[in-house]
Every structure is written in structure tokens, then in C-alpha cells.
Design a protein around this ligand. Structure first.
Ligand SMILES: Nc1nc2c(ncn2[C@@H]2O[C@H](COP(=O)(O)OP(=O)(O)OP(=O)(O)O)[C@@H](O)[C@H]2O)c(=O)[nH]1
Ligand SMILES: [Mg+2]
Length: 320
């Protein structure tokens, strides 16, 4: 009990510090530039807005999102709700928070499995974005919540994908179900769900092969895996988490669109936020696609995954 009493807030403060560290480059690109624009100016004029527009685009908020934000600010200026340059920073902060919160609200509550059956979580994305690593981190997260995750090694395509996941499973002391390289990934899912039902494991986290969102056949294969999961456990997959590498910036948006269309993405894991200045893509994803960010990856270690909270994220950028 003592641990929860004293460990809780302290742990939360520790997570916030780690988030702040991870977004430092994004903060320099976005918020510190914002301060430079407004320094020494009294009122918001056209030149300030033009500079702001360039800054938001450079910070990877995307052209569409940037234009919308600038338009909102212009309306505020017309209504005389925004006049002074020093009001710009809190105005942008509110715009960003609003976009992230709306996306989170739009997503609603995740689907749940029938009582006694495992929650099924698919982890999908293009090659090398950090799917397998994120799965290990996710499993660790659920373990800490007192659940019994099982890993399904449904990347039967890449050589050594199984071994990579097995090493993580061993380290975490959890069960993994796989087949030999080249096997049908849908068969792995079938086996994994049968095992999880028998052993009462939950959730089942499915690793999938990296696939380009433009490759029709591979996307069809993913659809088949999803169909099989739904046949074995009602409502499965209950979550489809799309992993996006934040260092790829705007490319992530196009991936998200395609994966949502074909695989019904329910949320995003944004990886490699540590050491990139492109964290602004978070806002573009939320605003343009209405997809909630569920977790952010801030390093290569198993506990380098932070649950995403819009308010905390915005505070980590704008605080101080
Ligand atoms: N710095 C940093 N590195 C990460 C993060 N997440 C993953 N990585 C690294 O990214 C590289 C690729 O990670 P994987 O998990 O193998 O990526 P994947 O999407 O499973 O790759 P494929 O299965 O080949 O498509 C590894 O070197 C990871 O350690 C993160 O949040 N931060
Ligand atoms: Mg992988």
C-alpha cells in the first residue's frame, strides 16, 4: 500500500520528465521558434502569421493542419479576441490540445472481448518503424497492470523475426506462439488464440510483418488475419495499433490513411520520439485523421513506452 501511496505520483512525475526529455527537439523546433517570432513584437500582424505558418509546417504539423490553425487565428484576430503577440503562444497551445483531445474523444471506448476471452491487439505498420520493439514494451505495460499477455509471432516473413520476439518473451517471462518461417500468418493467429483461450492469457498481442501500405497483396493478407481473429474471438481485433515512426514526419499520415482503410486502425503508437524534431506530426495525425495516439516510444528499452495523454503532451511542449 505504501508503495502505491508514495510510488504513484512520483512515478507519474518520472514519466512526465521522460516525456519532456523526449520532446526537447520538437519543442525547440516549435515552441522556441514561436517565442522567437513574437519576441519584440506587440501586435499580431500579417507578417507574424506568415512566419508562424512557416514554423508550424517546419515542425511537421502538416500543410492542412497548419492552414486550419492559421485560419482560426485569423478569425480570432477579426473578432478582436486575439491582438497581442504574447497571446499567440497560449492560442497555439489551445489549438494543439483541442486537436489531440477531439481525436481521443472521437475514438470512443475500445471494443471489448466477451467475458473470459482474450482481448486481441494487432500491431501493424510499414517496415522498421518499431512494431516488434513496441510489442515487447506493450507486453511489459500490461504485465505491470497484472495481466497475462501472450505474443503471437505472425511475422512469418522476415528471417529472424520469430527469434527477435522470442528473446523479448523470454526476458519478460511470457508465452509466445509461432510457426516456422514462411507459414501462413493467419494460422499463427488461429493457434495463438486457441492457446490463449485455453491458458486464460490476455491480451494476445499480434506481431505482423512490416508491409508497405501501397502493396495490395500484403494488405489483403492483413485483412485475412483480421478475419480469422474475428472468427475466433468475437469483436477481434479489439485494437489495431498502427506504429508510426515519428522521424518520418508527414509520410506517416499517408500510411495511417491506408492502414485505417484496409485494417481499421483504432489508434497509433508513435515511436522514436526521442531525438526527433518532427513530433508535431502527432497533431497532424489527430487533426487530419481523427486517430488517437495511444502510446509514444521514447527509446529502445522495454520501459521506453509512455501512455499518451493529450494534456501531458502539450504541457511537456509548452511548459517553462
Ligand atoms: N530510439 C528509439 N528506437 C526505437 C524505438 N522503437 C523502436 N526502435 C528501434 O527501431 C529499430 C526497429 O525496431 P523493430 O521493432 O525491429 O521494428 P519493426 O517495425 O518490427 O521492423 P520490421 O519487423 O522489420 O518491419 C530497432 O533498432 C529498435 O530498437 C523508439 O521509441 N526509440
Ligand atoms: Mg518486426
Amino acid at each position: 500500500m505504501v508503495q502505491t501511496l508514495f510510488g504513484g505520483p512520483e512515478k507519474k512525475a518520472g514519466l512526465f520528465e521522460r516525456l519532456k526529455k523526449a520532446v526537447a527537439s520538437t519543442k525547440a523546433q516549435l515552441v522556441e521558434r514561436l517565442d522567437e517570432i513574437t519576441t519584440g513584437k506587440h501586435t499580431v500582424d500579417r507578417a507574424v502569421l506568415d512566419e508562424l505558418e512557416a514554423t508550424l509546417i517546419q515542425a511537421d504539423l502538416g500543410v492542412k493542419t497548419t492552414k486550419e490553425i492559421i485560419e482560426h487565428l485569423r478569425e480570432k484576430i477579426d473578432r478582436r479576441e486575439l491582438r497581442e503577440a504574447r497571446e499567440l503562444r497560449p492560442a497555439i497551445e489551445r489549438e494543439i490540445l483541442g486537436a489531440l483531445e477531439r481525436a481521443a474523444a472521437q475514438a470512443g471506448t475500445p471494443r471489448l472481448p466477451p467475458a473470459g476471452q482474450p482481448e486481441v491487439i494487432f500491431v501493424v505498420g510499414v517496415n522498421g518503424v518499431g512494431k516488434t520493439t513496441s510489442i515487447a514494451k506493450l507486453a511489459n505495460f500490461y504485465l505491470q497492470q497484472g495481466r497475462r499477455p501472450l505474443l503471437a509471432a505472425a511475422d512469418t516473413f522476415r528471417a529472424a523475426a520469430n527469434e527477435q520476439l522470442e528473446i523479448w518473451a523470454r526476458r519478460l517471462g511470457i508465452e509466445i506462439v509461432g510457426q516456422k518461417s514462411g507459414a501462413d500468418p493467419a494460422a499463427v493467429i488461429f493457434d495463438a488464440l486457441a492457446a490463449a483461450k485455453k491458458r486464460h492469457d490476455d491480451p494476445v498481442i499480434v506481431d505482423t510483418a512490416g508491409r508497405l501500405h501501397t502493396k495490395y497483396n500484403l494488405m489483403a493478407e492483413l485483412e485475412k488475419m483480421i478475419r480469422i481473429a474475428g472468427r475466433e474471438v468475437a469483436g477481434a481485433p479489439h485494437q489495431v495499433l498502427l506504429v508510426i515512426d515519428s522521424t518520418t514526419g508527414q509520410n506517416g499520415l499517408q500510411q495511417a490513411r491506408q492502414f485505417t482503410e484496409r485494417a481499421g486502425t483504432t489508434g497509433i503508437i508513435l515511436t522514436k520520439l526521442d531525438g526527433t524534431a518532427k513530433g508535431g506530426v502527432t497533431v497532424a495525425i489527430a487533426r487530419e485523421l481523427g486517430l488517437p495516439i495511444r502510446f509514444v516510444g521514447v527509446g529502445e528499452k522495454v520501459d521506453d513506452l509512455l501512455p499518451f495523454d493529450p494534456r501531458e503532451f502539450v504541457e511537456s511542449l509548452f511548459e517553462g
